[in-house]
Design a protein around this ligand. Sequence first.
Ligand code: ZN
Length: 272
Amino acid sequence: MAFLNGPRLLDWANSPPHLQFNKYVLTGYRPISSVQDCIRSLFYLHNELGNIYTHGIPLLCFLVLLPLNIPWSQISVTWLGVVHFLACLSPQLGSVLYHLFMNHEGGEPVYHTLLTLDMCGICMINTLGALPIVYSTLLCYPFTRSVALLVYILLSSYAIYCAITARNNVRRLRSFAWQALFRFSFFLLRWAGVGGGSPTSLRHFLTMDTLALLGGIINITRIPERFRPGLFDYWCNSHQIMHVLVVGSILYLHWGVLDDLLWINSYHCPLD
Ligand SMILES: [Zn+2]
C-alpha cells in the first residue's frame, strides 16, 4: 500500500488529543491534514490504513456485486430488496469517511461529526437490515406486521439519538443492545414455528449477530493490542478485527435476507 512517501507520522503522546482513543496503539498517527492530504493518505502506510481498506474494499465490492446478486425478478416485494441493499452499504460508507478524514484540520468538531456519521451507518444497518426479517417473520399477519415495522423504526430512531450522543464505546454498544433484543424476539418466533421465514435463514441471522457481538466485544476490550502495546499499531489490532467481523456479519445478513425474499415469493399464507 505504501506507494507514496507520507508525512512524518506521530506517536500517541504527540497526536491530537481527540485521536488518542486507543492508548495501546503507540505509533503511526497522521498529522493534522487538509482534505487532499487525507485522501493522499490512502497511498502510504499509517495506523488508520488497515481500517480504511478493511471497509473500503468491501464497500466497492458490495456496491457492484450486491445488485447483481439480488434476484430482482423473483422478488415480489421490491422495496425490501432496495432497503436491504442500502442497509448493507451504510456501515462501510460511514466507516470509510470516518477513518479517512478523522485527522482533518477542522479538529475535534469535524472528528465528532465523522464519528456521528460512522455511528449512523451502524444504526442504518441495524434498522434497515432488520426490516426484511420483521416483514417475512410476520408475513401472514399484515396488521401486526405494519405495527411492528413502525414500532421498530420509531424505537430505532431513538437508538440512533442515543448512539450519536453517547460519550464512550460501552454506552454506544448498549444503545444497540435493545435493537438486538427486538431482532432476537423475532428469531424466537421463528424458532418456535409461530413466525414465517425461510427455514435456512435463521441460522444465517444467528451467525450474523454472533459475529457482530464478537466484533463489538473485541473492539471495546482492545484485544490483542492491550497485551503487546505497539505490536499491532498498523495491522491486526482490535478495530481492524472488528471491521472484518462486521463484513462477515453483513454477508450472513445478505444470505439470510436472500433466502427470506425468495421464500416470501413462494409461500402462501394459510388464510389466503
Ligand atoms: Zn471503524
